[in-house]
Design a binder for this molecule. Structure first.
Ligand SMILES: NC(=O)c1ccc[n+]([C@@H]2O[C@H](COP(=O)([O-])OP(=O)(O)OC[C@H]3O[C@@H](n4cnc5c(N)ncnc54)[C@H](OP(=O)(O)O)[C@@H]3O)[C@@H](O)[C@H]2O)c1
Ligand SMILES: [Zn+2]
Length: 342
């Protein structure tokens, strides 16, 4: 089979290589999927550029958002899966600890992500645990299905499960053109909340505006000040924060009295310099939301299946053009998801 490997840290064209290799065989409780579509995330870019938690082992086969057809099963896996169209929940956990028993798989101490800690789906075939399979809803195609798992599950966790956004509240979504940001934008809009969104160019703003009450160009104004002006000095109840150290202080400042900031990432860096008085003196809270659990995935997938949420697909590329997808994310020239079709 063909697979796309990251061979070292560096630029897309130099580091992403197409390789021919034996298709992997599923072990006990595993299945093999013929991959039809696999979406890129910022996670794939971090794997290529380096990241504080990255172990630097090469080659890497990333790809966490997988949709395809099961073509083989290992021992103890149900052979009724063979021929089924599936989409994959990306988190792998022990299944036995107190957190797994409570359904909180991403809290498990053995938690891993397919495509980060294990071989991912940027290949013609990938092996995953049977437990991670979800039948692909018939109403959506493989490309749409692949655009759901990482970003929509995380965004659902941020806005609904951890953020507890209510229809009468106001939300601020950062980087609303990106994968997580665009998903969070649509989820907050669907809930009926008043939605403020930041983005960086007029082209992106035009797309974001379709789902937001107000769009703020964070390159032109200080977005915390803009939020305070738009809300008559009140601020927002919820901030969806994934940008990190360059935006944390402004995100905190943009919260209303008692507001919540939900965090899933740190694209610009993990070490913000903040004034903690801006938190406690306003009764503000910070909540972590690194990915959602299986229930979050099921909830958001069903809303995509019935047409209430729609991932935005920026572009679809064949596997041999994966470097273009990485470069587009590097250059912030993406609105929504880049999907690869191996
Ligand atoms: N923990 C998890 O399981 C999990 C899951 C999903 C994502 N994440 C994290 O969430 C973050 C976003 O992921 P994603 O896949 O949505 O990324 P993405 O598609 O590349 O989107 C990131 C967006 O952030 C905005 N941005 C603002 N400042 C930036 C900067 N300094 N560098 C790059 N982008 C900047 C950009 O939008 P504008 O140009 O519009 O400002 C960009 O579109 C990443 O840090 C990722 O690791 C974590
Ligand atoms: Zn566990």
């Amino acid at each position: 089979m063909r697979a796309a490997h990251i061979t070292q840290y560096g630029d897309p064209e130099e580091t992403l290589k197409l390789v021919d290799m034996e298709a992997p065989e599923p072990g006990p409780n595993e299945v093999r999927i013929a991959v039809e579509a696999v979406a890129l995330n910022h996670l794939d870019v971090f794997a290529r550029k380096g990241h504080p938690a990255d172990e630097g082992k090469f080659p890497k086969q990333t790809g966490s958002d997988i949709a395809g057809v099961v073509d083989a099963v290992g021992d103890n896996a149900d052979d009724a899966w063979v021929g089924e169209e599936v989409v994959v929940y990306p988190g792998v956990s022990c299944g036995e600890c107190e957190f797994c028993m409570a359904g909180e798989h991403t809290m498990c101490h053995e938690y891993e992500i397919i495509g980060e800690d294990r071989s991912g789906g940027l290949a013609e075939d990938v092996v995953v645990p049977e437990w991670n399979l979800e039948p692909k809803p018939e109403s959506i195609d493989f490309v749409t299905a692949a655009a759901v798992p990482v970003t929509f599950t995380t965004a659902w966790r941020m806005i609904v499960t951890a953020g507890k956004l209510r229809p009468a509240e106001r939300a601020l979504i950062l980087g609303a053109s990106g994968g997580v940001g665009n998903a969070a934008l649509k989820i907050a809009e669907r809930l009926g909340a008043t939605v403020y969104a930041t983005t960086s160019t007029e082209k992106k703003a035009a797309v974001v505006r379709e789902h937001a009450d107000e769009v703020i160009d964070h390159t032109a104004v200080e977005f915390d000040e803009a939020v305070m002006t738009l809300t008559d000095g009140r601020g927002v109840d919820l901030v969806a924060e994934h940008v990190g150290q360059t935006t944390w202080q402004q995100s905190i400042n943009a919260m209303a009295m008692g507001g919540r900031m939900v965090v899933c990432g740190a694209t610009s860096g993990p070490e913000p310099n903040i004034d903690i008085r801006s938190l406690y003196q306003h009764h503000r809270q910070i909540r972590g939301a690194p990915m959602g659990n299986r229930q979050d995935f099921g909830d958001v997938l069903s809303l995509v299946a019935n047409g209430e949420l729609e991932p935005r697909i920026d572009r679809i590329l064949p596997l041999h053009r994966i470097a273009e997808g990485h470069a587009a994310i590097d250059n912030r020239d993406v609105i929504g998801k880049v999907v690869i079709r191996p």
